[in-house]
Design a protein around this ligand. Sequence first.
Ligand code: SAH
Ligand code: SF4
Length: 428
Amino acid sequence: MADTNLMPIPGHIDPVPLPRADVVEGVTPRDDGRIDLIGLPRPRIAELFEAAGLDRKQAKLRAKQVFHWLYHRGVTDFAEMTDIAKAMRPWLAERFAVGRPAIVEAQHSVDGTRKWLLQTADGHDYEMVFIPDADRGTLCVSSQVGCTLNCRFCHTGTMRLVRNLTAGEIVGQVMLARDALGEWPNGAASQAPTIVLRADDDEEDEGSYTSDGRLLTNIVMMGMGEPLYNFDNVRDALKLVMDGDGLALSKRRITLSTSGIVPQMAKCGEEIGVNLAVSLHAVTKEVRDEIVPINRKYGIEELLQACADYPGASNARRITFEYVMLKDKNDRDEDARELVRLLKHYKLPAKVNLIPFNPWPGTQYECSTPERIRRFSEIIFEGGISAPVRTPRGRDIDAACGQLKTAAEKKSRAEVDRLFAEKEAALA
Ligand code: SAH
Ligand code: SF4
């Protein structure tokens, strides 16, 4: 294996050594030695142009032009960048590239959900999912290949962490989705009918991206991996997504989901500023310790306090609490009541997302019955907190976020137990 060279990941607060993701800082590795510009901020592109021989002023100007072509127009070929001198285009193409993640497989569900199995240049598989609704289109993006954590109901939790995705591989998922949906100017979507937004959608406060006629309107960091354990790359990628000269999507349309990495949460609010979703899943120490083992390190009280302190949270921008419905584990009436009590105690501007458990081979859990889920939801609503049940989407193609299983072979129960035990030992 080529990637046994270990280095600490920036922003990763646990001292877990991880395989090297990149050779030039921030750059997605490529076999042909050219530098992939996707994922790099404009000043970095200018620096690289200067290092390749352009004078400073030229480098800055070219970086601005190229950046516009990359993120506004979706162009991947320097030859198409018509405002750049003809002679300079091949010069750029010799040294630089505009990459996209490689597609291993693309699947389309009967309900419109689409899933892509992608591959990094060094051969690791990861997935992204697109979920269209009447009023929005949500892209579920991965942050890591695998996950260091070991939530017991999560299929990714059985996989070892292979490596963090680079900023380019993260923003590359959004670029690829836009390619596939034909959403660049002059693409198919520019002729698509206008999508009417729900009345409760917040107005955009920055960027020029509107959802009129767009299919991809929202992004959730809910694919493979724990985004707050790949903080710097996730931040850099989301900055490009939010940049008014970049993909220009409002931070109000982006949600980052975390299992509860408390020390990184305030930083997430301050430096990224997107909506927060927290994978709570249980209201007692005993149950959360079992199903979300990071709880042993950052407990429920500490986590909820960090949510109360989350910069930018308000009644207009509530924090989403995800709660996976596991039969006879976390689904009693008293759990629902305790959930309401906790959210009120910490005065959290909260909404709860009830997720029917999506089973996978080898899991020890079952999904709660529909009646149980309905009752659980009612109790929370009666407590004055919104608690919709998330409808499973794309089940025919196994497309649920957080449960991306194409990349892994089917495992037996014993094997799954062994993998969790191994991870537990590594994290202890
Ligand atoms: N690591 C982050 C984001 C990825 S998981 C986190 O844990 O929040 C995205 C969501 O899917 C999380 O709420 C996760 O708990 C949930 N999830 C994982 N496996 C699931 C399954 N089998 N069924 C239903 N939801 C699942
Ligand atoms: Fe990792 Fe999230 Fe799955 Fe937990 S639920 S194992 S944090 S991907």
